[in-house]
Ligand binder design. Structure first.
Ligand code: FES
Length: 125
């Protein structure tokens, strides 16, 4: 299936950004980040504990890494809790304030969950 709108392509259920003249052929599947959830993922963190946030979207242990990024250019982002509190981790993987949510998920299509996007899909939208 192939659809095109102003800001993205949908090809075989994968959205690709049209921004910065990125063409489909220039993006490999492994370079797409998967929208694990189109919303933040609240986690009660413990002071002093380290967490490894999944940046590729492929982990089965969202929002944290399970090693599924192997074969992609992405690696987990370390987060050290400075206090015991609830943290809203980014589930869409598009936040400019990784690993926490900055609201960028609202710029993704409503049916984005489980789909791949260019890393900068939400930048400047
Ligand atoms: S879930 Fe909100 S910016 Fe990613």
């Amino acid at each position: 299936m192939f659809l095109r709108s102003r800001n993205y392509f949908l090809l075989n259920r994968i959205y690709l950004s049209t921004k910065k003249n990125i063409r489909m052929a220039e993006i490999e599947d492994s370079h797409l980040v998967i929208c694990a959830e189109r919303k933040s993922m609240p986690v009660d963190v413990e002071e002093g504990k380290q967490y490894y946030w999944c940046s590729c979207g492929r982990s089965a242990k969202q929002p944290f890494c399970d090693g599924s990024h192997r074969g992609t250019p992405y690696t987990p982002i370390q987060y050290t809790a400075t206090e015991t509190k609830k943290v809203y981790f980014c589930g869409c993987k598009q936040s400019a304030n990784k690993p926490t949510c900055d609201g960028s998920h609202k710029k993704l299509p409503e049916d984005a969950q489980g789909k791949g996007f260019a890393l900068d899909y939400c930048a400047g939208k």
